[in-house]
Design a protein around this ligand. Structure first.
Ligand code: ATP
Length: 238
């Protein structure tokens, strides 16, 4: 059954500085929702608020009928939402297996976590072979796979990906987008921030463009007329 993740009139920021000025958006499981926008437009700030890393100053967050506003990170994870930070957030000195186990830190059933990891790692033959190797010795692409697999350990309904293709070679950007489509095929909702619009647009079921902490566009890739139209939206035009 499809579930909606809803952000309504979100206002948040850091310290006293308001960064996101009343943004609303909606994502569904079994869909990829992309968030585009120039550097500093508030994209990461919005998904940090969804993940419980930042408080909502006003507005609401819902997963289906469940209100997420005010929940701590581990409670948001229990509700089925996990975030993969920019750069993946892999611990370089820890082995692949140790990194994957961290994905289950908020779950009490360690036997279930081990079983889950074994199921997940089957999808990643190169990680399977290097499960006891320090994650820092893997290639950038493999580290991204560790980060994605780790996010999947708690069987989330939604994953929030902050620029999964950042720093990867063009070939690996394509592979990352294939993985993202794979998540959608498993029924997982993906909310993805991307700078790599050309690669991400074909994967996006819905898209939002933020500029200066405001939502400037909400629609689908079919609503984008051409590159010029996209660029004017991207630069914050109305
Ligand atoms: N921890 C922080 N403390 C104070 N200000 C911050 C913090 N993190 C981000 N900001 C500021 O908030 C604004 C929005 O940042 P945010 O990371 O949400 O942008 P973004 O759209 O994700 O851009 P980027 O693609 O550069 O990550 C920026 O002006 C940034 O300097």
């Amino acid at each position: 059954m499809s579930v909606e993740l809803r952000v309504t009139d979100l206002v948040t920021g850091y310290g006293k500085q308001e960064i996101v000025h009343g943004v609303s958006m909606s994502a569904r499981s079994e869909e990829v929702t992309c968030v585009f926008g120039p550097n500093g437009s508030g994209k990461s700030t919005v998904i940090k608020a969804i993940a419980g890393l930042l408080p909502a100053w006003s507005g609401q967050l819902h997963l289906g009928d469940t209100e997420l506003t005010g929940l701590a990170v581990h409670e948001v994870v229990r509700q089925g939402i996990v975030m993969m930070p920019q750069g993946g957030g892999v611990f370089p000195r820890f082995t692949v297996m140790e990194n994957l186990r961290m994905g289950g830190y908020s779950l009490r059933d360690t036997a279930w976590v081990e079983e889950r990891i074994e199921t997940l790692i089957d999808d990643y033959p190169s990680l399977q072979r290097r499960r006891h190797v320090a994650a820092g010795s893997l290639s950038g692409g493999e580290q991204m796979m560790v980060a994605i697999a780790r996010a999947l350990v708690p069987e989330p309904a939604f994953v929030l990906l902050d620029e999964p293709s950042a720093g990867l070679s063009p070939a690996l950007v394509g592979e990352t987008m294939t993985r993202v489509k794979g998540l959608r095929e498993r029924g997982i909702g993906v909310v993805m921030i991307e700078q790599n619009i050309r690669e991400a647009l074909p994967v996006a079921d819905r898209l939002y463009i933020l500029a200066g902490g405001y939502r400037k566009f909400a629609g689908t890739s079919a609503d984008i007329q051409d590159d010029r139209h996209l660029m004017s939206l991207y630069m914050g035009g109305d």
